[in-house]
Design a protein around this ligand. Structure first.
Ligand code: FPP
Length: 250
């Protein structure tokens, strides 16, 4: 693992990493257990990934914890996920403070149970001045829903003469997304072998590098993050330019 860590160029770590934490159910099933067992064991992977990212100097880590589509899962599983969220946030708050982690949430937060909204608000407020890393949980999040919501809010401003239609640009749209306080995603990791984006940060990932690994999320550890970042650093991000332009910094 040390060897992997040494091959990382600390000057070029992605600023914002987004993760689709997939495979909890399959991991549990493989062990003859209920799906919820997989979600509980996902917490170690979250802790390790957040710590490792923070140590490397990653400034933003966004985790897809619950999608708008996940509401369609059996009630028992939805309830278990919500209760896991509440207990975890309560339990981890002192560690977020000690580790200087700013917690953030993106998604249709008002659709979460009141208990989850309450603890989220508390953790976000109490960690708002922390500066080492911003850890965002995507909760009841769907990218298309986010864009619809942004369009509605922008339209209201136009109708109320608070905004001129000609002034609508990418920045205005950015400012109306749930991620208004986050930069674009540089690197997206999805575990469990699925190669999809699944309605996650579509606008924000316009230029992101995508990385897929067969590891199931509960097995994801520091060294897997290191491996992923080494892969990222071996790619050339051109943002539509030519290789020559990138070399000469044009
Ligand atoms: C995907 O695995 C995982 C989820 C839908 C939920 C992710 C949630 C957590 C890791 C815990 C949430 C808690 C906190 C504190 C954020 P899957 O169930 O779709 O797995 P499968 O594809 O193998 O069925």
């Amino acid at each position: 693992m040390e060897k992997k860590l040494q091959s990382i160029d600390l000057q070029k770590v992605p600023n914002h990493i987004a993760v689709i934490m997939d495979g909890n159910g399959r991991w549990a099933k493989g062990k003859g257990m209920q799906r919820v067992f997989g979600h509980r064991n996902a917490l170690t992977a979250i802790r390790e990934t957040a710590d490792a990212a923070s140590d490397l100097g990653v400034k933003f880590l966004t985790l897809y914890a619950f999608s708008t589509e996940n509401w369609n899962r059996p009630k028992l599983e939805v309830d278990a996920l919500m209760s896991l969220l509440v207990t975890t946030l309560k339990k981890e708050l002192p560690d977020f403070q000690r580790k200087n982690v700013r917690v953030n949430a993106v998604g249709n937060i008002t659709s979460l149970p009141k208990s989850a909204q309450k603890i989220l608000a508390k953790v976000i407020e109490e960690t708002k001045n922390n500066t080492k890393i911003t850890l965002s949980f995507a909760l009841s999040y769907g990218s298309r829903e986010e864009i619809v919501n942004a369009i509605k809010n922008i339209s209201k401003k136009v109708v109320n003469n608070q905004l001129d239609i000609e002034k609508i640009d990418e920045k205005i749209i950015n400012n109306h997304l749930y991620t208004f306080n986050l930069p674009d995603v540089d690197f997206m990791i999805r575990t469990s072998g699925e190669q999809r984006i699944s309605n996650f940060l579509l606008w924000q990932m316009a230029y992101a590098e995508l990385y897929f690994t067969d590891i199931l999320w509960p097995d994801f550890r520091r060294e897997h993050l290191f491996e992923a970042i080494i892969d990222y650093q071996n790619r050339e991000r051109r943002f539509g330019k030519t290789s020559e332009q990138i070399e000469t910094n044009e």
